[in-house]
Each structure stands twice: as structure tokens, then as C-alpha cells.
Write a protein that binds this ligand. Structure first.
Ligand code: 13P
Ligand code: SF4
Length: 303
């Protein structure tokens, strides 16, 4: 514990000296919350990245989040504390595969989830997050929408639009493993609890939910709901964040760990700041095209 406090102090001092900002995703370890300048969901973090005046951004999250920060801030140094912090779902489609898919569906617009590489964003018309996916799809004039890479989010979006959603068959290993049975059992154990579910979860799970939303939406919902207990169908770390943000209510995790998010720790954050590694780089040609997809989303989502 003393060592932990020492590391936290060292990080905070170095952060000040280097004019760095630390952005932290909700799924991160609670100890990482302690060094954060900003904690949030993917959309909040993208917005925070556009608003910071810092010279360095240390991203405590996974690769596509840090990459989005770099796309929006080319003049800043964006660091990912460890190369293990990747998102396997984002790696389930690449630019070549998307180009081929687009040829098979001429006339369809391409909406990419923010959980994608810069190259895939560059091949897309607009980006979305778990918070705004339905709104983004409905903002487009096209009747057919290619939606990549998450098939579960695509199925959820299909319930929110009359357009035809053409999904890519990617998935998140943490959310795809949530079983309807687990939710039913949890409801038996906690009959007064409401179920809140992330839209990366399978449809059988979403059907059992009282509310479907991204991680940021879960905090808002838990605060305003009359319920005092919640079964949380998303990465288990979210319950730590909910407990801090909504004291006095109870949260029960219904999903496992995202080992990729949890690869970030105090030691590698310190090393990252100290040695200014691992620097995120995006080729300028790709960055400009990917930025268009992110900017279009932010124009719709900021107001
Ligand atoms: P949120 O944007 O809801 O935080 O989701 C990010 C993510 O990776 C979910 O698995
Ligand atoms: Fe990617 Fe799933 Fe981890 Fe989110 S929880 S970062 S989608 S692997």
C-alpha cells in the first residue's frame, strides 16, 4: 500500500512537470481512477481529448481510444502505457476487408463503432459509440447501413431504426460471454434489482434488461432510478465506478474481466510518462480521413 501511494505521488508530480493529462476509461482498475484527470466512456473521453490543452495525453484504456485521441490531436503526444492494452474486437476487421465488404453493398453508408482502428475509421462515413449508435444511424440519408465491427451492437441498433443494418460479425469476448441464464439467476438472487446492460451484450441478455446503455449512461441511469440495486451486464470493473459515483446503491457484476483494459497498472503508467512511451502514431493520410468520421459523430453528439 505504501508503495502504491509512493507511485501515485510520483505519477502526479511527473504529470504536472510534463504538462500531461491522464484520461481513464470506466473499466480501468480503481487505483487508476486516483491518478485520472478525467474518467468516462468512449465518447466522453474523445470529447475530453479535444478540449485538453496538455502537451501529453496518457490514455489509460485500450488502443483504439488512444488512437482516437491522436486522430483528434495530431500535435500532441499520445501515450498508451502498455502494448497489451488492445481491443480484440477492434482487431476483427481491417481496411482491406471493409473495402471488399463495401463493394458487395454499393449505396450503403458505413458506420463504424469507435472500437475500430484508424484505418477502418478512414474507410467509414461516420463513427459512433455505444451512447449514440442509433442516433448516428438515423441521422444518415441512406436506407442501408453497413455497421462494423460488433454484431451485437448492430442487432441492438436494428431495433432502433427502420433502415436495414448490414452487420460485420465481430464481437467483444467479455460481453458476448454474458448468458441470459446468468442474468435470470442474478434476478432470482436480487429480486428488487434492475438490470442495466451494455449493447455489446447478446440480444437474449438485452431482452432481460430494464435499461440498455453505454457505460456513461449506466451512471446517469443508476442515479435517477428509484431502484436501490442493479445487476450490471458489462465488464466487471464498471461496478467499481458505479459504487463511487452512486454511493448508497448496490451493484452486482454479471460479466467477466476485460484483461486488455486491466493490462494498465500504476507501474506501466509511471514508465509511460517517464519515458514517453508507447507513442501512438497514425499516418497523416489515414488520420485526415479517420478524423472526418470522428468529427461527423462529434458534431451530432456534442450539442
Ligand atoms: P463505452 O463507450 O460504453 O464506455 O464502451 C467502451 C467499450 O469498450 C465497451 O466494451
Ligand atoms: Fe474491447 Fe470488449 Fe475490452 Fe471493451 S470490453 S475494450 S470491447 S475487448
Amino acid at each position: 500500500m505504501a508503495m502504491q501511494k509512493e507511485l501515485i505521488d510520483k505519477i502526479l508530480k511527473l504529470k504536472k512537470k510534463k504538462k500531461a493529462v491522464i484520461l481513464v476509461h470506466n473499466y480501468q482498475r480503481p487505483v487508476i481512477y486516483k491518478i485520472a484527470d478525467f474518467i468516462g466512456d468512449s465518447l466522453d473521453l474523445s470529447i475530453a481529448a479535444t478540449e485538453t490543452t496538455a502537451r501529453i495525453i496518457v490514455f489509460c484504456g485500450v488502443d483504439f481510444m488512444a488512437e482516437s485521441a491522436k486522430i483528434l490531436n495530431p500535435e500532441k503526444k499520445v501515450l498508451l502505457p502498455t502494448k497489451a492494452a488492445t481491443c480484440p474486437m477492434a482487431a476483427m476487421i481491417n481496411a482491406t476487408a471493409l473495402r471488399k465488404f463495401k463493394k458487395r453493398h454499393p449505396g450503403a453508408a458505413v458506420v463504424c463503432y469507435i472500437n475500430t482502428t484508424a484505418e477502418v475509421k478512414a474507410e467509414s462515413d461516420i463513427c459512433c459509440t455505444s451512447r449514440n449508435a442509433g442516433e448516428i444511424v438515423n441521422s444518415l440519408p441512406n436506407k442501408q447501413i453497413i455497421f462494423v465491427p460488433d454484431i451485437h451492437l448492430a442487432e441492438y441498433v436494428q431495433t432502433q431504426t427502420k433502415k436495414r443494418i448490414i452487420p460485420w460479425k465481430g464481437y467483444c469476448y467479455v460481453h458476448a460471454a454474458i448468458l441470459a441464464e446468468t442474468i435470470k439467476e442474478a434476478k432470482k438472487s436480487h429480486p428488487k434489482a434492475e438490470v442495466i446492460a451494455h449493447p455489446e451484450s447478446p440480444m437474449e441478455v438485452l431482452k432481460l434488461a430494464d435499461h440498455v446503455c453505454g457505460t456513461g449512461g449506466m451512471i446517469k441511469y443508476a442515479k435517477q432510478s428509484k431502484a436501490k440495486e442493479f445487476i450490471v451486464a458489462t465488464e466487471e470493473g464498471m461496478t467499481n465506478r458505479l459504487k463511487l459515483e452512486v454511493p448508497g446503491k448496490k451493484f452486482y457484476p454479471a460479466a467477466g474481466v476485460c484483461f486488455n483494459q486491466k493490462a494498465v497498472n500504476l507501474k506501466n503508467v509511471y514508465e509511460s510518462l517517464n519515458r514517453e512511451k508507447y507513442e501512438i502514431e497514425v499516418p497523416e493520410k489515414v488520420r485526415i480521413k479517420a478524423k472526418k468520421a470522428l468529427d461527423r459523430m462529434l458534431e451530432i453528439s456534442i450539442d
